[in-house]
Every structure is written in C-alpha cells, then in structure tokens.
Design a protein around this ligand. Sequence first.
Ligand SMILES: [Zn+2]
Ligand SMILES: [Zn+2]
Length: 408
Amino acid sequence: MSRTNEPGGSRNAMDVATIAEEMRAIRRHLHQNPETAFSEFGTSALVASRLKDWGYDVTEGVAGTGVVGTLRIGSGRASIGLRADMDALRITEETGLPHASVKDGVMHACGHDGHTAMLLGAACNLAQTRNFTGTVHLFFQPAEEIGHDSGGERMVKEGLFERFPCDAVFGMHTHPGLPVGHFLTKAGPFMAAADKMVITIDGVGGHAGRPHLTVDAAVVAAGIGMALQTIVARNVNPIEPAVVTVGVLQAGTVYNAVAGTARLELSIRSFSETTRQRLCTRIRDMVHAQAESYGAKAVIDWLPGYPVLVNDATAAALAASVAREVIGADCVDADAAPMMTSEDFAYMLQQRPGCFLRIGNGVDSKAVHNPGYDFDDQCLPVGIAFWTRLVERFLEQGVAPRMADRTE
Ligand SMILES: [Zn+2]
Ligand SMILES: [Zn+2]
C-alpha cells in the first residue's frame, strides 16, 4: 500500500505534512516569480533567510547567487551534501494556473522551484528533529540550465568541497511520466555527457563557372558531414551508446557563386569519458584531414558540456533503500534505464561519491521544458521525508558509510 500520505512514518507525519503545506506556498511563490541563470536574487534571498531562521550557518554568494546552509549536530565526523537547483528557463508559460509566472518569457519548466522547496522543507524538518550526529551541507545552486560554465561547475571550481567538505553528495530531479513520488535511480552512469562542436571551413570563394580557381567550402562541409557518420559506426565500441549529430550545415548565399566559407554545428553525446574523448579526438582528426584533402582549412571550437553523471553503487543502494522506506518498495526502481539528457550535478559527482535520483511528477505530467509543465506539490512531503531519512541514515553512526569508489 502506498504511504504517500504519510511519508516518513507516523512519528513525524504531522510535522512533515505541516512543513509540506508551508513549502507548497513557497513553491508556488517561486513558480510565480521565476529567475534565470545567475539572476536568482529573490530565490536565494528567500532561501538564505529561511535557513537563518532555522539556525543554519548560511554562506551566500557562492558561485554568484548560490547559497549553502550548514547544520552541525553532535560530535559525528561524517558529513553529507544535498543539492537543489534554483533557476528557471526562457520559456513562455502556458499552464493557465493561478500561480503561473508573472514574468513574460520566463518560467519554471524544469521543476527547480519544486527542487528548492523540497530541500528547504527538509532543512526545516532536520532543524527540528535533529536526529543525527555530524554535518549537513545544503547546496542551493544557480544556473543548471545553461549547458556550459554552469552554476554546479562554478561551485566546484570555486572549491565547494574544500569549503564544505562532504563524504557524499546527493541530488534529485522531477521526472514526468512516472507516478507522483515514485523514484528512479541507477548505480553507475545514469545521464549522458553532452558536448557541442562548431566547425568553420575556410576555402576560397569565386564564380560558379570557374570552380578551378576556388576551394569550394560547401563541398568540403558536405564531405565532412558524410565522413563523420563513420565515427560512431567504426571508431566507438558498439556496446557503448554514442551520438554525433550534424545539427547545422550552412554554406553559400547565391546559386551562381562558390561558397568560400561554411559552418557546421555538432551535438555529441556519450556515456563514458573514454568514449567522449575518443569521439572528440576522432572528430578533430577527421575534420582537419578532410579539410586539408580539399585544400581548405578547418577551425574547430569544442564547447564541453556536462560530463557523464555517474552514481556511486553504495550511495545509490542507500538512496534506493531510503526511498523504499519512505514511499514503499514497489514505488522505487533502483536499476532504471540510463538517459541521454544531461545534468550539471555530474560535476559534483566527479568530486565526491554520491547519487542522483528522479522523483515522479505523474504519468500525465507534461514534459520538462514544455510550456505546460508544473511541478506536482504532492511530491513535497515525499521529498522532504526522503531527504530527512537519507541524512539520518547516512549520519546515524557518526562515521560515513564506506562508498564503493573509495579506497582506504
Ligand atoms: Zn531543464
Ligand atoms: Zn532541470
């Protein structure tokens, strides 16, 4: 039987339900007032103010608009990090809901309002229940959505884990198409690396009737577009997922002239660093060699996106066990299929072992990044109970559980 209405068991049921009610109001306020990457000023001020009210040590201005709340209880030496993202998207909302965005062209279409509210609710609950020994760091990060030089990446580069040491770190994302409050996760690679490459071909333009005096950039670009198709087929291990998509191919302006320049833009996705580096190297080599074979030059701009998101096996098992305790065993899939979308929480998981989970937003929920999407508030009590129990179980001994990645 589902325990969705009483997450966390009977001991804290009323507390969690009451907190979830308050968080529902906050979630809807955030939804109504969305803020895009590195402009989450109102959101982070609200988060910081609540954390201070509940007795947290609060650090503001982390990677711009990020906030970290720290709570230490007892003499336990272990520490855990929990992360929520706060930014909205440049999408015009079409939900028609009473709490719809009041900002033209900006909306919370990826549920980060809900992520923030769930973690804030857990902060409130943990400050009351105090049923652990050790340190909790709550990371409220800016700018997950921008794909490059993101909030999570900047936090890590600015020394997040040196300033706020963690034995493990956990994150959670809304998941349309899954019943409300159910969980998905997986040990190992769970979400893809996604990179962008921009290729500019320099040839020599001229008259269409005198091609022998030109270097035709359109022909070079077409040749490269075809040659790239062999990389996944011939250079990548066939049991490794990989994608090379030529999304943009532009050359020329008029039919009776040879194009002197051309431009290609590629989307490159993979599930391991080995495959990612292999794709990068082979694409570079092939593009330069192809261009040279036609007498042209290629300039390559490689824009690394988020790395592969890899869950630690022990952390994933603990998270799944906590999820089963909170919502019921039949509502948790701990061996979910990997996804070709990407996440900047991957940077944190490169630094510390941990786990990323997906929480169901309902089978009829609109997809994320759709103008009709809205976070389902029924997730709030489940998420609050999950984060609370995860902290309690991770910090029950005062010493961190040994992670699979760790060596003594
Ligand atoms: Zn998103
Ligand atoms: Zn998102």
